[in-house]
Ligand binder design. Structure first.
Ligand SMILES: *Cc1c(COP(=O)(O)O)cnc(C)c1O
Length: 470
């Protein structure tokens, strides 16, 4: 991760080496688009049986367009893949990590499709409870839960609280005592594995805010304290190593370290830890550089790792949980924008860069600025026979770092009024959206079987002005 001052992103007009010159600039690249996305009879893109031009007309732009079949298909595929891989043992659960994107309809789909739900604040918990999500299948995370959040979770009967610090052991025990109940908790441990994209670091020093460290004995001490706390039940151990991970290497090291603690607790405290939660972080394809493993390959790979480690430590294979967020929500959604200005900027010498401005930007997708993410895009309202040229897609905000897609080939006749779609914006885009520059947040619509259903309506100027009561 690096700072996002605009200067560092300026360069020449050459495409980055990873970006292939397209043989056809109209092609919907395999793996980038949700499963019902295709080109219709006259070449415009349709998704869920709905033409994007109709969406622009009825809903307006920008808009998040969520392919319901795609989201639910992925959720069920993760559920089934892990169920299959851990069937010979104590089984598995898949929790959808709601922080990627959560609203009432999504909570209900996740419930119907048999997954659990991870929330990490009182606000996310409120969405889940209002949607009628069964509290027993909810897990509450967070490194700084308020008393009100803990109380609400315990009163609602949330299935597990993931405890993140020694302070929180005392906090949850005290509130459980107050309510006259016992709290089921998992302990989040820090394994020293830090995974990000194609690489992981196994010896990262544990300089981060989450969890209790395995080295130095903090995690072991926390286990001892939970076992002694009169109002806590220790369900198991939890580890989450990062995000946008493409293989099982990081999980292998993390699982080994957590299972070593399980064995130590057995040997020194005589207690069996029967549940293990290995977190989420499975990667998705944002562009042609990314090659995510299938859920089936991930599940069987991780099952093999856990089996092997348990065998070596003479442990029963525990019940294992996973928490994919991005890998379920991300690929389900495309953001639909309308092109405004197109500007050809001379950069000195033969170099130039074409800036294509759209009617949203860093307020609906901050990941490019925040994480240096590389998205892709195409013109979705029509096809073009013009040659491809490299462009940079930018937003409408007062900030030169307001970039949506750093580099992409669009047809040379891209012009004002064209519809432009950015795929794989279903995770950490709406959920990180802001009102920067008093730009109202776009709606999220679900498309399926030729129907449009509004999940979250477009914010209005009145919504924004209504907060300003001074
Ligand atoms: C963010 C997070 C997840 C989900 O991560 P993805 O990269 O979206 O899969 C799962 N578990 C925990 C504890 C998290 O913080």
């Amino acid at each position: 991760m690096r700072a996002h001052e605009a200067g560092a992103l300026h360069g020449n007009d050459a495409a980055p080496t990873w970006l292939p010159y397209p043989s056809d600039v109209n092609t919907l690249i395999d793996g980038l688009w949700s499963r019902t996305t295709r080109r219709g009879a006259d070449g415009a893109v349709e998704v869920g049986g709905v033409d994007v031009r109709r969406i622009a007309e009825e809903v307006g732009t920008p808009a998040f367009v969520l392919d319901e079949d795609d989201f639910r298909h992925r959720a069920r595929r993760f559920r089934d893949a892990f169920a299959e891989a851990f069937r010979p043992h104590a089984g598995s659960d898949v929790y959808y990590a709601g922080k990627a994107f959560l609203c009432g309809a999504v909570a209900r789909w996740v419930e119907e499709d048999g997954l659990g739900l991870d929330v990490c604040t009182g606000g996310e918990l409120a969405v889940a409870l209002r949607a009628g999500f069964p509290p027993a299948r909810i897990a509450l995370h967070g490194n700084n839960k308020s008393d009100a959040e803990v109380r609400r979770a315990l009163e609602a009967g949330v299935g597990r609280l993931v405890v993140d610090s020694l302070d929180e052991i005392d906090q949850v025990d005290r509130i459980a005592a107050d309510l006259g109940l016992r709290a089921a908790v998992m302990l989040r441990v820090t394994t020293g594995v830090e995974a990000h994209t194609h690489e992981f670091i196994a010896t990262a020093h544990e300089d981060q805010k989450f969890g209790l460290s395995l080295t130095g004995g903090a995690a072991f001490e926390a286990v001892r304290r939970v076992l002694e706390a009169p109002h806590l039940d220790l369900v198991g151990l939890h580890s989450h190593i990062g995000s946008q991970i493409f293989d099982t290497g990081g999980f292998e090291v993390a699982a080994r370290r957590v299972l070593d603690l399980v064995a130590q607790v057995r040997d020194e405290l005589g207690h069996t830890i029967a549940h293990l939660d290995l977190g989420g972080g499975f990667g998705v394809m944002y562009n042609t550089q990314h090659t995510p493993a299938t859920p089936e390959a991930l599940a069987s790979g991780i099952a093999g790792i856990v089996e092997k480690q348990c065998h070596e430590l003479e442990l029963e294979v525990p019940h294992v949980a996973f928490e994919p967020g991005r890998a379920i929500a991300g690929p389900s959604t495309q953001t639909l924008y309308t092109v405004g200005t197109v500007k050809d900027v001379r950069l000195g010498g033969p170099h130039h860069r074409v800036y294509v401005s759209v009617d949203g930007g860093m307020s609906d997708n901050v990941r490019t600025a925040l994480y240096d993410a590389d998205y892709s895009c195409l013109l979705s309202g029509r096809v073009s026979s013009e040659p491809p040229e490299v462009v940079r897609v930018v937003g409408k905000h007062c900030e030169s770092g307001d970039i949506v897609v750093k580099d992409e080939y669009l047809p040379a006749d891209t012009r004002r009024g064209d519809l432009l779609s950015v795929p794989v914006t279903g995770a950490y885009c709406y959920s990180l959206a802001s009102n920067y520059n008093h730009v109202p947040r776009p709606p999220v619509i679900a498309v399926k079987g030729g129907e449009i259903r509004t999940l979250i309506r477009r914010e209005t100027e009145d919504d924004l002005l209504g907060l300003d009561v001074g």
